[in-house]
Design a protein around this ligand. Structure first.
Ligand SMILES: *Cc1c(COP(=O)(O)O)cnc(C)c1O
Length: 238
C-alpha cells in the first residue's frame, strides 16, 4: 500500500527536481532533509522505508528519545540538528548528530569542537546567518562571518562546510528570493575572499513554503517538514 508519507516524498522530490532544472542545476545536488520535530517515530520509520535517509530535529532532548527508540535504523540514517543549541547540550548533540546547522557564536563552536575531539569524531557544522538581520532570529550578521571563520579555523574537531539561514516569515516565496540569493552570494564571496579551505559548499535554505525558490537560488539542502508529514499540531520551533 502507498502511504501518504511515501506519496508526499515522491511529490516533493519531483518538485525539487523541477526547481533544480529551472535554476540550471542538477537535481542530485539538492538534498532533502526531512524535518521531524513533533513527528512520531512511526512516521519516521515510514519515511525511512520509502528511502529517506536525511533527517532534522530541533530539540536535543526529544531527538535523544526518538533516536534511542529507533534501534538499528539509527545507523542507516543521517541526522542534522536545526534548532537553537544551548551550550550545555553540545555534548549530547555531538553524540547524536552528524551535523549541527545552527552554529552562530564562537563559544558554541568551541564547545562542539571540544566534545567532538573527546568523542574522536569530526562534526560537520553550518554557520547560521541572519541574512535579513531580523532581531527576532538568531544567526551571525553577514558582516561578522569573515572574522568568525578566521577565529574558528583552528578548531580541528569541526568541519565548517556551509551556511544556513531562516529568512523572516512571508507567505509569498517570491519575496524571500533576495534573502536566498544573498546567502549564496555571501558563500561565494567568502570563498573568493578568504580562500576558506576547504570551501564552504552547502547552503541550507528553504522550507515547505518556499523551497522551490531557494533551490532556484542555489540551496543544496532544503529542510522540509509540513509538506512531508502534514501540519504540526503546535508550531513550536518554526
Ligand atoms: C520546522 C523547521 C523547518 C520545516 O518547516 P516546514 O515549514 O514544516 O517545512 C525547517 N527549518 C527549521 C529550522 C525548522 O525549525
Amino acid at each position: 500500500m502507498q502511504t501518504m508519507i511515501s506519496q508526499n516524498l515522491r511529490e516533493v522530490k519531483s518538485r525539487i527536481a523541477r526547481a533544480a532544472q529551472r535554476g540550471g542545476r542538477r537535481p542530485e545536488d539538492v538534498r532533502l532533509l526531512a524535518v521531524t520535530k513533533t513527528v512520531p517515530i512511526e512516521s519516521i520509520r515510514e519515511a525511512i522505508s520509502s528511502g529517506q535517509r536525511l533527517f532534522g530535529e530541533n530539540y536535543v532532548q526529544d531527538a535523544a528519545k526518538k533516536l534511542e527508540s529507533m534501534g538499528d535504523l539509527y545507523y542507516e540514517t543521517n541526522w542534522h540538528f536545526i534548532g537553537h543549541l544551548q551550550r550545555n547540550k553540545a555534548k549530547l548533540a555531538v553524540q547524536l548528530f552528524d551535523c549541527v546547522e545552527t552554529v552562530d557564536n564562537l563559544k558554541l563552536a568551541r564547545a562542539l569542537d571540544r566534545h567532538a575531539k573527546a568523542a574522536g569524531k569530526r562534526l560537520s557544522v553550518y554557520i547560521q546567518v541572519n541574512v535579513a538581520q531580523d532581531p527576532r532570529k538568531s544567526g551571525l550578521s553577514p558582516g561578522e562571518l569573515p572574522i568568525f571563520l578566521t577565529e574558528a579555523a583552528e578548531l580541528s574537531g569541526i568541519d565548517i562546510c556551509g551556511l544556513m539561514t531562516i529568512p523572516p516569515w512571508d507567505p509569498e516565496p517570491e519575496s524571500l528570493r533576495p534573502w536566498f540569493k544573498s546567502l549564496r552570494e555571501l558563500r561565494d564571496k567568502t570563498n573568493a575572499d578568504l580562500g576558506h579551505n576547504p570551501e564552504l559548499r552547502e547552503l541550507s535554505m528553504g522550507m515547505s513554503q518556499d523551497f522551490e525558490t531557494a533551490i532556484e537560488e542555489g540551496a543544496t539542502v532544503v529542510r522540509i517538514g509540513t509538506a512531508l508529514f502534514g501540519q504540526r499540531e503546535c508550531s513550536i520551533g518554526s
